[in-house]
Design a binder for this molecule. Structure first.
Ligand SMILES: [Cu+2]
Length: 147
């Protein structure tokens, strides 16, 4: 009984601690990060969801990784029935807001692969946020069929 009570108390204090941290020491959180790998030297696309858990607006200004020589932020849009892509120099995310990089919308474009990659691999990508330290994110390498 005492064990149960103390583990219960521990559980509660951990819960309080973690929710307290989320409020007091907010951070930038990234989830569902995946890199869609295509055969050959075709550029790969990166998708993820970013949550600005800080109390300041943040400005995403790019990304870099050891696995590709060049990474750009792109936006896809349809024009006259044709898919087009534009480079996006920066993306603002207000405090508490989410921003999603998703198929048919914003994506990271990975060009000139410099490492051999296989489906299931993890690729570390550094997201560049103006005025802050780079945010390291592990992207899972997936096939287009898994998207
Ligand atoms: Cu693109």
């Amino acid at each position: 009984m005492r064990n149960l009570l103390s583990s219960l108390a521990l559980g509660i204090s951990l819960f309080v601690l973690s929710s307290g941290l989320a409020f007091a020491d907010g951070k930038i959180e990234v989830s569902d990060a995946r890199l869609r790998l295509l055969p050959g030297d075709v550029p790969a696309a990166g998708y993820f969801k970013l949550h600005n858990g800080t109390d300041e607006p943040i400005k995403l200004v790019g990304a870099h990784t050891g696995a590709y020589k060049k990474v750009m932020m792109h936006m896809s849009m349809e024009k006259d029935g044709m898919a087009e892509m534009h480079a996006v120099p920066e993306i603002d995310v207000a405090p508490g807001e989410d921003f999603e990089f998703a198929p048919s919308g914003y994506h990271l474009m990975f060009m000139k692969r410099s490492a051999l990659l296989q489906y299931g691999d993890k690729v570390t990508v550094m997201l560049k946020v103006e005025g802050q330290r780079d945010v390291p994110v592990n992207f899972k390498v997936v096939s287009p069929a898994d998207m």
